[in-house]
Design a protein around this ligand. Structure first.
Ligand SMILES: Cc1cc2nc3c(=O)[nH]c(=O)nc-3n(C[C@H](O)[C@H](O)[C@H](O)COP(=O)(O)OP(=O)(O)OC[C@H]3O[C@@H](n4cnc5c(N)ncnc54)[C@H](O)[C@@H]3O)c2cc1C
Ligand SMILES: *[C@@H]1O[C@H](CO)[C@@H](O)[C@H](O)[C@H]1NC(C)=O
Ligand SMILES: *[C@@H]1O[C@H](CO)[C@@H](O)[C@H](O)[C@H]1NC(C)=O
Ligand SMILES: *[C@@H]1O[C@H](CO)[C@@H](O)[C@H](O)[C@H]1NC(C)=O
Length: 489
């Protein structure tokens, strides 16, 4: 147990203030944890270094105590104890989520899973098992060195299981599908504090629900994924582009010409970005491509972008495990920076409506130029959806939006709550416009990318909701989990 006398006393004071009915919160939790576990108060000096800090401070949860369990039994004990004392709790993986629902988590126990790491690759069965403290970059070297790969998210810092429970989108999606399509089984601690396994053979319905609504059903302590042989000898082409803002219309036209899944390569993962340089008052229109194939295969796509006469571009072939360090002119990793006031509206689209994209680009340029406190971090992520769509219904999980071709992520970073309303008044209508031009009649929202106000139908579809609600009532009837994207029961 890593806490000192000062912490203990402070924790008792905090507990007494927040939970008048619990006699000794510290003592109660401390009594049942393994020696490797640690307990911190938000006021502890170590809190900021020992507890995973949130990626966004916007609408973040508040805690009376943070516990870093060292064993699965620790998690069971924390869940059972908090249930008994009627204290809310939230599992923290990578702390990347930013959704309005998190603000409903107040005076809770933060169950920080950061101690529970371990990547075990079995090259005989082609499976990799990870813990709830592991982030995507933990997979890069072990898999690359064994000549394997697995579909991951984009950012190196995102928690593997945290992304998986939403579905997991990322650069190998065109070739291998969503991260949930690699998932073979999970072990989780349920709301009752029991340890259960879910897979295609055990607790099949729970496994279905975990693949898209997993944050609602328990704390996953272990997840096993199937891995693939490395594509193209493990090498990929990284392309980075800085486009002239004046050519944005032509860029959207190129994107539109790639809307067809017969045209857009499954080996190509593209993120177009819009940010802003307040020093010169100009928008930054960027592109990053990971291409898991040969120069010859990439050439027709590259040619179209080069024809736009970018201000600057470069292509470089790298081993896939080193991609994150070179992407975005070497700046992609900055997306991992923590502690900003950031939120994101998002919809999935199946087509590029050039007029909508152009009008958005002009509007956000104007909006931002007039507001030095505002920084857009817009991303359009394009992946071929054929493989994702081809997954048989019985293997799909509850995540319904396999037909999304491009994710629109309307991310805003700014100086704090004073400007929440102004940013919302600008961005929310743009979400509506992207939705209207999406080619989908009902909103397709990837729950891990949303603002949190879209609702269960937009996250899981009307068709899936009855079964999902039934399972929620079975596994988490008192609604202990899933504050970020709650299932309405
Ligand atoms: C910079 C950045 C890049 C991103 N890139 C991608 C991407 O490429 N692809 C993609 O799919 N998503 C991406 N995301 C979104 C990401 O999937 C979500 O933010 C996700 O919620 C992150 O999980 P986390 O564990 O890091 O966050 P947390 O905030 O710790 O957790 C999010 C939710 O999941 C729950 N949770 C966490 N761990 C577990 C567990 N072990 N068992 C059960 N529930 C758990 C939490 O309780 C919480 O409700 C990105 C986010 C950011 C900020
Ligand atoms: C609370 O529990 C701690 C740890 O078991 C113990 O040291 C402390 O004396 C207890 N405080 C009270 C007021 O009972
Ligand atoms: C975007 O492109 C259009 C032409 O398609 C152009 O009129 C407009 O000025 C461009 N926007 C910016 C901010 O440069
Ligand atoms: C932003 O503008 C300043 C001032 O013109 C310039 O020096 C700098 O290079 C620009 N940054 C980027 C990333 O374009």
């Amino acid at each position: 147990m890593i806490f000192n006398r000062v912490s203990l006393l402070a924790l008792q004071a905090a507990a007494a203030a927040a939970w008048p009915h619990s006699s000794n919160l510290t003592g109660t939790f401390a009594s049942g944890l393994s020696p490797g576990a640690s307990v911190y108060l938000p006021s502890d000096p170590e809190y900021e270094t020992q507890i995973t800090q949130r990626w966004s401070t916007w609408d973040e949860p508040t805690y009376v105590v943070a516990i870093k369990p060292a064993t699965v039994a620790d998690i069971q004990f924390i869940v059972k104890t908090a249930n008994r004392l009627n204290i809310p709790y939230l599992a923290t993986g990578g702390a990347h989520a930013a959704e309005i629902g998190l603000a409903t988590v107040k005076n809770a126990v933060n169950i920080d899973l950061g101690n529970l790491k371990g990547v075990t690759l079995d090259t005989t069965t082609n499976k990799v098992t990870v813990g709830p403290g592991n982030v995507f970059s933990d997979l890069y070297d072990p898999l690359y060195n064994a000549g394997r790969e697995v579909q991951t998210g984009n950012a190196a810092c995102v928690n593997i299981i945290g992304a998986t429970v939403g579905a997991g989108v990322g650069p190998m999606q065109g070739m291998h599908g969503l991260v949930i399509d690699a998932l073979q089984s999970v072990t989780l601690v349920t709301a009752a504090g029991n340890v259960v396994t879910a897979s295609d053979t055990v607790n099949k319905d729970l496994f279905w629900a975990v693949r898209g609504a997993g944050a609602n059903f328990g704390i996953i302590v272990s997840a096993t994924y199937g891995v693939h042989p490395a594509t193209n000898g493990g090498q990929l082409i990284n392309g980075d582009f800085l486009f002239n803002p004046a050519t944005n219309g032509s860029l959207w036209e190129v994107l539109h010409s790639w809307d067809s899944e017969d045209v857009y390569s499954p080996k190509m993962a593209m993120t177009l970005g819009v940010s802003f340089n307040h020093s010169n008052g100009q928008p930054l229109l960027t592109g990053n491509i990971g291409f898991f194939g040969t120069d010859a295969e990439f050439k027709p796509f590259l040619d179209k972008l080069v024809a736009l006469n970018p201000v600057f571009y470069r292509t470089i072939t790298v081993p896939w495990n080193g991609w994150s360090t070179v992407a975005g002119f070497g700046n992609a990793i900055r997306a991992c920076d923590r502690g900003d006031w950031t939120n994101h509206y998002s919809v999935g689209v199946k087509q590029t409506d050039v007029a909508t994209f152009t009008s958005f680009f002009n509007d956000i340029t104007q909006f931002t130029a007039a507001r030095p406190w505002y920084n857009p971090e817009i991303a359009f992520q394009r992946y071929n959806s054929k493989v994702t769509m081809a997954v048989p219904k019985a293997k799909q999980g509850v995540y319904p939006w396999r037909d999304i071709r491009m994710l629109v992520a309307l991310t805003s970073s700014y100086d704090g709550p004073a400007h929440d309303a102004e940013v919302q008044n600008f961005m929310k209508p743009w979400r509506t416009k992207f939705q209207a031009a999406s080619g989908f009649s009902v909103p397709h929202v990837y729950n891990n990318y949303g603002y949190g106000d879209e609702g269960a139908v937009a996250w899981w579809s009307a068709a899936n909701l009855p079964k999902l609600i039934t399972l929620k009532k079975l596994w988490d009837p008192l609604n202990k989990f899933g504050a970020a994207n709650p299932i309405p029961i």
